[in-house]
Write a new protein. Sequence first.
Length: 504
Amino acid sequence: METDVELTLQKKSPAGVKLECLVVFSVAQKPLSLDSIRDQLPPEAAAVMERAVELKTFHGKKGESVQLLTPGGSASRVLWVGLDKPETLTREIVRRAAGTAGKALAAMNISAAGVLVPSLPENGPGSGWAEGLAEGLALGAYKFEPYKSKEVKPGDEPPVELKKITLFDPQGAMGQPAMEAGAVRAGAINLARDLGNHPPNTVTPRRLAEEAKSIAKKRGLKITVLDEKQMAAEGLNMLLGVAKGSTQPPRLMMLEYRPKGATATLMFVGKGITFDSGGISIKPSANMDEMKFDMCGAAGVLGAMDLIAQMQPKVNVVGVIPAAENLPGGNAQKPGDIVKAYNGKHVEVLNTDAEGRLILGDALAYGAKKFKPDAIVDMATLTGACVVALGHYASGAITNNESLQEKVVAAGKRCGDPVWPLPAFEDYEEGIKSKVADIQNIGPRWGGTITAGLFLKHFVGEIPWTHLDIAGTAWDVEGVGHIPNSGATGVGVALLADLAAHWK
Ligand code: BES
Ligand code: ZN
Ligand code: ZN
């Protein structure tokens, strides 16, 4: 499923190299001057860029980009992208600007492009910019088109795919390790995007397990997959209950990364509902297709495991993924059903559309018992209420341990997956007490993200745990440079890997 553009680094200037497009990044200055890079540019390119400054078409501001055609010279086009004021530059601003460039290049109908690597300070708020630049280019260039027929109509030009971006780094400002780290991170994020974007008749629970196996094999991770019979023997009844309405059997995947010398263990759990119709509590039909993205938590955990296996942090990491399809059917779970969860609690299912917390509850309790992790983070497209609360630019967090949550928020800040904590006060617990069982799977109308999170809390025991609700951030996030304007975002891949890399 890999769709990545290839990045290569050359320690020389792009001047004189034949290029379909040369990308140049500049910080905002008044007046904007090309002095520091003029000798690295083809003279024809420098001339049109100077003209653009004269005509006030480009200032180097954040979010700014212009395409200029050069009258001859070695580069046919220049794509000039603004970074920001140098004093407020961050890694994330560079990643987004590079994402904007990657997106524009992918839309240009060219197969290869060059980038002049800017020389930015390695210290201060912009530190890590080089990695962010490489990552942003590869993320921005991402396209998902395996279902678009390649057939060309007579008279039409065949479409050209962007395959290669060469980074020209005459001053050695970026270096090979930073470029590789950025490319590897983008590769894992794009892998998660692919999994999310494939349709629900392709990515079924069994297919998700096959993909997990191929990732595990490629990266040397241990993997165990439970089928429905093994789940029944283990008593994973909440997971089985959700899957009952579908002919597609559920799966529980467990991937293990265990480096030598590691003592601590992190457990990441991702919601893998490959399609959420709501079940008997069926959803309205408008936009129901979007519920193919209800496995983006699972995709995020798989992407993170792929990335962690390559980054090699010194901590054990297990990825646990419950996968099922939530459909109505003659054998489907009904509102009012009471199921006995893996941890022995009785759960009244009052709404079959609140299915994510059911499959996660069993996965959390099972994983906690089997792997005895020091900390757990789960990631799920859990509630529409979270989209209402936070929109598309931050994931919601609920925790039983403030210090773990702080680490999760910090990881999100470092890598550009923003997280916003929500209160998990005891008062909210009342809302999920059942009249006839231990707990029920829905709470009052308001505060739905919190009650969903507090439901999960019943399945982690005393282990430090943070839940991330990615309902708003997992797909269709518009206007962010490195994120596609529609489809899966790959949210959480970088965050979980970063949390593991900084674990102490
Ligand atoms: N997968 C949905 C949550 C969702 C909805 C994510 C819209 C993104 C966009 C989840 O399984 C669900 O249906 N939740 C219900 C819970 C309710 C029945 C308590 C919801 O949010 O409406
Ligand atoms: Zn649902
Ligand atoms: Zn769901």
